[in-house]
Design a protein around this ligand. Sequence first.
Ligand code: GLP
Length: 243
Amino acid sequence: MGKIDPTSPVPKYFQLREILLDLIEDAELPVDAPIPSERELCQRYRLSRMTVRQAVDHLVTEGRLYRVPGKGTFVARPKIEMPLRLVSFTEDMRARGLEPGARDLDRRTTPANAHLARVFDVPPGTGVHVVERLRTADGEPMAVERSHIPLTVAPGLPDTPLSDASLYDVLETRFGIVFDAGEQTIEAGIADTADARLLDLARGSAVLLLQRRSFMNGTCVELAVSTYRADRYQLHSALEIPR
Ligand code: GLP
């Protein structure tokens, strides 16, 4: 069991935070298990209530613990690391041992406006198919994805049923599209009412807004504008040493 070192320059609340994180990592406090009460933590580690509360508050803000009013504080599931590779949602979920799913929200074909025409390098007015889907992992909503694909590269796409199928699989097998490059921006945002409802989030919850452009032979084939749950995803990246 970890101990608080009163002589350490590290603040006590931070030491308790580390101890609790160790217990979570070692699964001594498994997912959805209640953590000891404030009073128990005060006694066990000889800390003031304020210090204990500060440590727990930090872990709640970080998404490592969650509170249920009237019940206590529990261990949250670890967040999923956002892939920084050009993989499909289906591939990514399968690699994590989760069952990928998709619910069609909308399918429509619209004429490319000036922005889409520029992105896809097609004349304005060219048909662009929009696939809007709720993506799930083991049945839990994770993201709302809106993929835009010009009909110049996938003419029969509007008539192709997708339901649970992988869009990238369909693009490859039916239209010979194999992506060879991609770029992505990720920024913080607030879920709008519709996305919050679809994602099972309280109104005003934080989300991650993604824009991905996927290319084949230098041509942009997909522009995806997606909303991911910020309480389920985090970013992790290696850091390069500047030269
Ligand atoms: C990722 C990308 C989307 C892409 C999707 C395809 O989630 N961010 O841009 O549309 O994968 O996934 P799938 O092939 O499972 O439909």
